[in-house]
Design a protein around this ligand. Structure first.
Ligand SMILES: [Zn+2]
Length: 160
């Protein structure tokens, strides 16, 4: 029989406290498979709560928050909406950078979304692709690509 992992006691303590294999692995600097092996040895269930449990792993009451995905996987709707709420939102378009590019004085680095906004604004003013390319400091091909993206409805930023 294999001898136990040198950090078995620490792994077991975290397992009993309800941590995931991945969390234990990163906290102790051991492999996830080591934590998984200890979990099996101890007979502890996996991280996810069972469908018949009264709550999810984070205490949201089931079954009112229990959902089954189209692929048949269970998830907690309350946990999911909490994750969504903390998700980072895309940054706002830098309107000053756009205005500078439209005026022919773009900043040294003009990000793609600001470039798109400037190109489309100049397009709407009736400027030619070549004129726009000079002002925004890109190639006429880039202007054509940005215009095509708008026609296709695949702009980087939703139209204002
Ligand atoms: Zn939950």
């Amino acid at each position: 029989m294999n001898r136990p992992h040198p950090q078995a006691a620490e792994i077991d303590a975290l397992l009993h406290a309800g941590h995931t294999n991945a969390a234990i692995a990163s906290a102790l600097g051991v492999g996830k498979d080591k934590a998984a092996a200890r979990r099996t040895l101890l007979g502890l269930p996996g991280y996810y709560a069972r469908r018949t449990d009264p709550t999810c792993r984070h205490g949201h009451p089931w079954p009112q928050h229990l959902r089954i995905s189209p692929k048949g996987k269970q998830y907690c709707a309350a946990c999911r909406s909490e994750r969504k709420a903390t998700r980072r939102r895309p940054r706002e378009v830098d309107t000053i950078a756009v205005a500078r590019a439209v005026a022919g004085d773009p900043p040294a680095h003009l990000p793609a979304r600001e470039r798109e906004a400037a190109v489309l604004r100049l397009t709407d003013l009736g400027e030619s692709a070549r004129m726009i390319a000079v002002r925004v400091r890109c190639t006429p091909r880039t202007v054509a690509r940005i215009r095509a993206r708008r026609r296709a409805g695949t702009r980087l930023v939703d139209a204002a």
